[in-house]
Design a protein around this ligand. Structure first.
Ligand code: 5GP
Ligand code: ZN
Length: 119
């Protein structure tokens, strides 16, 4: 399940491929999406390589919880307006039919004034 040697997001989390960093700690990394679909659009990933949400197990409950709880804080820091008038969208695409293109689990966080480019 782990292919960190040829995984784009593992390389981004390690700094081997440059990105516009939003946040980093021991377990998590966040960076701006290269093709933003909204005024604010960043990706939040575990540094640990997990292919997708389909491969997540009970051992990943804490990291998934941390990602979910970090998203609102980073969304505000990146310029999303506050709930309820503002807010943001979180999306985890899983598998080909789920629209997943990069096979390292990631959460899209999108927000800002509408209209957005997509969605
Ligand atoms: P997915 O379709 O897998 O849910 O989302 C992958 C996202 O990664 C896409 O929104 C795409 O724009 C973004 N992306 C792909 N390659 C790169 C890259 O090299 N750098 C950054 N910052 N984003 C990327
Ligand atoms: Zn990876």
């Amino acid at each position: 399940m782990s292919h960190p040697d040829n995984c784009l997001f593992c390389k981004i989390a390690a700094g081997a491929i440059p990105s516009r960093k939003v946040y980093e700690d021991d377990e998590l990394f966040a960076f701006h999406d290269i093709h933003p679909a909204a005024p604010v659009h960043f990706l939040l990933i575990p540094k640990l390589h997990i292919d997708s949400l389909a491969q997540a197990g009970p051992e990943h409950a804490a990291i998934l919880g941390r990602m979910t709880l970090l998203a609102p804080r980073l969304a505000l820091e990146q310029g999303c307006n506050p709930y309820p008038e503002g807010g943001f969208r979180t999306v985890i695409n899983t598998g080909a039919e789920g629209g997943q293109e990069v096979h390292h689990l990631h959460m899209h966080v999108m927000g800002g004034p509408r209209p957005w480019l997509r969605g």
